[in-house]
Design a protein around this ligand. Structure first.
Ligand code: NCD
Length: 315
């Protein structure tokens, strides 16, 4: 049975297949019957707007149905175990999308499931479907500048990750995906204490990727060379105490790790600014109308990528 728990399970060929299918759905922008009479359960133990709504939209566009379950309004509130909840939902669902605050929990839950499960974020672990919609967006948007991320016959691409590199599961999954492509330089910009975890540094090193940290380059210098800027918020819910969060946030604000009219002036003409959203103050709304800002395009692409994934798993 197919689950989607980690991007580590995906080959480059599979990812390109998902992208190709998502492109077709995007260009057709139609309703289909590929998941007719199939039922998807969306099980969320953490808040979500985009991931939950885009799985719903994708399933509806494929002709299927969705049941939404949140921890606050289910027997989880009465103390039911994750395993029992999954075994129960197996009686209704053809597939389960799950978001949970504990890293590794989705993998454990999948061992008791008789239907495919999709990880929609496990704590500060992974978020594979976001990484897939992100690579779909990167490919599509760079193509507008005639840069093809898939081929090796091109100049080096600079991808800068900025923000909470320690806790951002979207960055963790995306790094794995990007490591399947060649000629990418990674730049890592973050407040102190929010470094990329060792396992990802190890991965970048093993794959011979060039990476530059903010001890080697200033934020503004990094902006000058960046082709893909991927910004994230500082993840308040992952900190032990409010004080720890406040000090990181203060450092981010002091260092001015913020994209606004002043800092965007340092960026190339041909580059893109991404964010998985929700944002706090790290990208000023005045940037939204700039053609380089593609974060709402990411939201749109999420539907087509999730259609591609659901069709593959369910039909
Ligand atoms: C992200 C997540 O939940 O990891 N959001 C999303 O799924 N689009 C990023 C975040 O919460 O900051």
């Amino acid at each position: 049975m197919k689950h989607l728990i980690s991007v580590k399970e995906l080959t480059k060929t599979k990812i390109l297949e998902y992208i190709e299918k998502a492109e077709k759905f995007k260009n057709g922008n139609m309703f289909y019957e590929k998941c007719k009479n199939r039922i998807l359960v969306n099980l969320f133990y953490e808040p979500s707007t985009r991931t939950s709504c885009s799985f719903q939209t994708a399933m509806i566009k494929l002709g299927g149905h969705v049941i939404n379950v949140t921890d606050k309004f289910s027997s989880v509130e009465k103390g039911e175990s994750l395993e029992d909840t999954i075994k129960t939902l197996n009686c209704y669902a053809d597939a389960i999308v799950i978001r949970h605050p504990q890293k590794g929990s989705v993998q454990i839950a999948s061992t008791v499931s008789s239907v495919p499960m999709i990880n929609a974020g496990d704590g500060n672990g992974e978020h594979p479907t976001q990484a897939l919609l992100d690579i779909f967006t990167i490919k599509t948007e760079l193509m507008k500048f005639h840069v093809d991320i898939i081929t090796e016959n091109r100049e080096n691409i600079v991808v800068t990750f900025m923000g909470d590199l320690k806790n951002s599961r979207t960055i963790h999954s995306l790094i794995h995906v990007l490591c399947l492509f060649s000629k990418i330089t990674f730049v890592l910009i973050h407040p102190k204490g929010l470094e990329l975890p060792d396992e990802y540094i190890k991965l970048l090193t093993e794959r011979n990727n060039t990476f530059i940290t903010d001890t080697d380059i200033s934020f503004l210098e990094a902006l000058k060379i960046t082709d893909v800027l991927y910004v994230t918020r500082i993840q308040k819910e992952r900190f032990q105490c409010e004080g720890e969060y406040n000090s990181m946030k203060q450092e981010q604000d002091q260092e001015r790790y913020i994209i606004d009219a002043n800092t965007i002036a340092f960026c190339k003409e041909k580059m893109i600014i991404m964010h998985p959203l929700p944002r706090l103050n790290e990208i000023h709304p005045e940037i939204d109308s700039d053609p380089r800002a593609v974060y709402f395009e990411q939201v749109k692409n999420g539907v087509y990528m999730r259609m591609s994934i659901l069709e593959d798993m369910l039909s």
